[in-house]
Design a protein around this ligand. Structure first.
Ligand SMILES: [Zn+2]
Ligand SMILES: [Zn+2]
Length: 149
């Protein structure tokens, strides 16, 4: 499981604040969605999340999951990566920074962190006299297992 900078309790406290700020009602389903992503530590599709939350939330639906995910993303609790063909995958936004390698055949997602790449990006942006505030690097591959087939 992934190491997070924040405990789930801290994230939940922040969620309650942002629910208040947005004048929304507390919903257990929203918390279950966030917990499912937190506990998994990987990159989940809305359908994966639905399969987990339907066990505890009887009135859950895929469309409500989509709605919750877009709220959680807008409020900075989760981030998404676009996986070709199969749509978006979601992960906890407070994880340590990393980039992604995505297999276009099987959809497997690997995380990587490369100091040199991080530094190069800062250098590139610096040559435009700008300051880097974020980036999103997705490397699309055919993974080792898929190459063997
Ligand atoms: Zn693959
Ligand atoms: Zn990731």
């Amino acid at each position: 499981m992934k190491k997070y900078k924040e405990s789930f309790k801290t994230i939940l406290d922040r969620l309650h604040l942002s629910i208040k700020k947005n004048n929304l009602k507390n919903s257990k389903q929203r918390e279950f969605v966030l917990k499912a992503i937190y506990d998994d530590g990987g990159h989940l599709s809305p359908e994966d999340i639905f399969a987990i939350t339907r066990k505890t939330c009887k009135n859950s639906s895929v469309s409500s999951i989509y709605r919750i995910l877009s709220f959680l993303e807008k409020e900075g609790f989760v981030s998404s990566i676009e996986v070709d063909k199969t749509g978006k995958r979601y992960e906890i936004a407070s994880g340590l920074h990393h980039d992604h390698i995505i297999c276009l055949e099987c959809g497997r997602i690997e995380e990587f962190y490369n100091d040199e790449i991080e530094k190069l990006q800062i250098d590139v942006v610096g040559s435009y006299n700008a300051k880097l505030v974020g980036h999103d690097m997705l490397l699309y591959v055919v993974c080792e297992d898929c190459l063997k087939q």
